[in-house]
Design a protein around this ligand. Structure first.
Ligand SMILES: [Zn+2]
Length: 673
């Protein structure tokens, strides 16, 4: 629920013709997913996934359809069962079933929600109407922040970048309704058209809660958000952690923003003891503070109503839910119809009570022995990465020692947390969906506030076990793999090594390599922002990553939009390194050393096909535009073809020749980890 100011780096949001035997087994590669006519050396993504793409049109309620979505769909069935059982027998498992059961029942009570209409917003709307001055606006923002309603800026506890054992407060830029600051500043026709639609959407939503002057108000809101956007850093700048680390004493922060009192903020949060924190993006806060002084009160009131309704519409009546879907899912992402209520309710339960739901989930899908097998894979990958570092000819022996130290202290978290989150102070009732979401947001805000200036709890997870994803956390030097990412076909105990190393092996290698990407490499073995590189080695590293930036800058996934090579650099380094580390680890297995064909495919062909098939993804053009303009991950096709075209073992496996599209010219070949 908390928007991350300092983010860990997540996995996703992913020639000679080769005869493939028509027969497939349940634990093998599915030949039907392929499109051999595409040519492995021309477009490997299409070659490996073309059959799947053809027979898997994107379902109307989705803006993207991929392997991860297929796994997630399976998960939804499991989670629905858990939640329906808990709702029917709320006392069966004590506190857990009461909370998740009552939460789900309230979320599914369509009749009750419809009957309540916008009444659940009454108190907040009255508080906005009662504001008399800019000082009152600042006070309301302060009080909402304490309740987890993150208006105007983002707030969270994260490790001190210079002392990763201690959490401190970070207040960061925020307050926007569009996906990124650039949406407010670009002046091409498509961007301007989108802003017109956004303004119409704001007016429609404000009209739905009874504003009579919604048209003017929408103009004011867009102007205010544009003002905030212009003072915000862009996403490339945000990837440099130093740009979010500006330590202020509370008194100095008060002086920097005379119209917003940080001492008052910490006082009302019950943390008078906090002496200093990161006012992460000072330029933004100076501009927001000036807006508090200069923007008319009526404009602020419209803005606050808009931020309130934009955040809470999904938990209210049908008119608001539909209008919210219309802009955020249809216009921005290209979805054709809304997901059924039960799927949306599960998403909310995951956000509000994720680790309670997770306990029931892992009991069903993730046996303890799976944890052990995944840990063995991680250790094999670590050995392979260490050997690769040892072989690097561009890195000095001294810097290598620091790299080994970082690899040796890397922590792997597998499946689910050793210590589950304690939800005992969170009250959930079968009365109001919105009230439950608010209670969860307030609970989360309290958790953040309680952490400030205290030792970091290393047992915590940033993803729930039922999430099909993984991440690297540079401040903890840890790789984290939720149970849902460790299921077939990523990881199948009955499949051959080629498939597992090409699947989950590449995922594990990806997360490990994040420790050594352009961002992660700025953190040392203890998770502190500290330079462990010699100057010469750093220059050499940057020359190599610059080639990868150039390679991805040249790709055009949709319309005339190029991938942003700098924005996606960390992910691309991780994909590329992850594949190589997984390949090396695979070559240490008996299958990797041999040449026995399975289903007509050599071990290496199976490895690379497995990698490409985990990336099978179809996306609507709207979703592609959104991703290319605002996400650190390149679209799946380029995460497949990009790194593979730099890898000689891939060309060798499929007999690709110089000049083939899947083979980079020698001068452009990227070689980093
Ligand atoms: Zn990643």
């Amino acid at each position: 629920m908390i928007h991350r100011i300092l983010r860990g780096t997540a996995l996703s949001l992913a020639c000679a013709a080769v005869a493939v035997a028509a027969h497939t087994n349940d634990h093998g590669l599915d030949a039907k997913n392929m499109d051999p006519s595409a040519g492995a050396c021309r477009d490997f993504f299409q070659y490996a996934d073309g059959g799947w793409l053809k027979s898997n049109p994107i379902p109307p309620a989705y803006s993207r359809w991929s392997l991860d979505d297929e796994i997630n769909e399976r998960n939804l069935g499991i989670l629905r069962n858990i939640l329906e059982n808990a709702a029917a027998h709320p006392g069966a498992l004590g506190e857990t079933s009461q909370k998740i059961g009552d939460f789900y029942a309230a979320a599914m009570d369509e009749v009750g929600i419809e009957k309540a209409g916008t009444a659940p917003l009454k108190d907040d709307l009255a508080a906005i109407a009662a504001l008399k001055s800019p000082a009152d606006v600042a006070t309301l923002v302060r009080d909402w922040q304490r309740l987890g309603n993150q208006v105007l800026f983002d707030f969270e506890a994260q490790p001190d970048l210079k002392d990763s054992n201690k959490d401190i407060a970070y207040a960061g830029q925020g307050g926007l309704g569009l996906p990124d600051r650039d949406y407010y500043t670009r002046d091409d026709a498509k961007s301007m058209d989108l802003r017109t639609k956004y303004q119409a959407h704001i007016a429609r939503m404000l009209g739905l809660i009874g504003d009579r002057n919604a048209g003017d108000e929408a103009t004011w809101v867009l102007a205010l958000e544009t003002r905030l956007a212009q003072a915000s850093l862009d996403r490339v700048a945000l990837r440099d952690p130093a740009n979010s680390y500006h330590i202020y004493t509370v008194a100095d922060a008060d002086a920097a923003t005379p119209h917003f009192s940080w001492s008052g903020f910490f006082h009302h949060a019950g943390r008078d003891d906090v002496q200093s924190f990161s006012l992460a993006h000072p330029t933004f806060f100076v501009a927001a503070d000036r807006a508090l002084a200069e923007v008319p009160l009526a404009h602020w009131q419209a803005y606050l109503r808009w931020r309130l309704i934009d955040a809470q519409a999904p938990y209210l009546n049908k008119a608001l839910v539909d209008a919210d879907f219309d802009f955020h899912a249809r216009t921005l992402r290209g979805a054709k119809e809304i997901k059924p209520r039960w799927k949306r309710a599960i998403g909310s339960a995951d956000a509000a009570l994720g680790e309670l739901l997770g306990q029931a989930y892992v009991a069903q899908v993730f046996p303890p022995e799976a944890k052990q097998r995944a840990l063995e894979l991680v250790n094999n990958l670590k050995i392979a990465l260490r050997a690769r570092i040892a072989r690097l000819d561009w890195m000095s022996a001294e810097t290598k020692q620091s790299a080994y130290a970082k690899l040796d202290t890397l922590v792997a978290k597998i499946g689910y947390p050793d210590k589950w989150r304690d939800y005992s102070t969170l009250k959930i009732a079968r009365v109001s969906y919105l009230d439950n979401m608010r209670a969860a947001a307030a609970f989360d805000a309290q958790r953040q506030i309680a952490k400030l200036d205290r030792p970091v709890d290393r047992s915590e997870w940033d993803m729930t076990p039922q999430t099909v994803n993984a991440y690297y956390n540079p401040m903890g030097n840890e790789v984290v793999f939720p149970a849902a990412q460790l299921l077939p076909p990523y990881f199948d105990a009955k499949a051959d090594d080629a498939l597992n190393y090409g699947g989950i092996g590449s995922v594990i290698g990806h997360e490990m390599t994040h420790g050594f990407d352009d961002e992660g490499s700025q953190f040392d073995a203890r998770g502190n922002l500290a330079d462990w590189w010699s100057k010469r080695d750093r220059t050499e590293f940057e020359a190599r990553t610059a080639k990868l930036v150039e390679q991805f800058n040249s790709y055009v996934p949709v319309d005339d939009l190029h991938i942003n090579g700098k924005l996606t650099l960390g992910e691309n380094i991780a994909d590329f390194g992850g594949l190589l580390v997984a390949y090396d680890a695979f070559k240490l297995t008996a299958q990797g050393k041999g040449d026995t064909k399975i289903e007509g495919l050599t071990p290496d062909q199976r490895f690379f096909l497995s990698y490409a098939q985990t990336w099978r993804t179809a996306q609507r053009p709207e979703q592609l535009r959104l991703q290319v303009q605002s996400n650190e991950h390149a679209p799946a096709k380029f995460r497949t073809n990009g790194p593979l075209s730099d890898i000689p073992a891939f060309a060798h496996a499929f007999n690709c020749k110089a000049g083939d599209p899947m083979v980079q010219p020698p001068a452009k070949i990227v070689d980093i980890w």
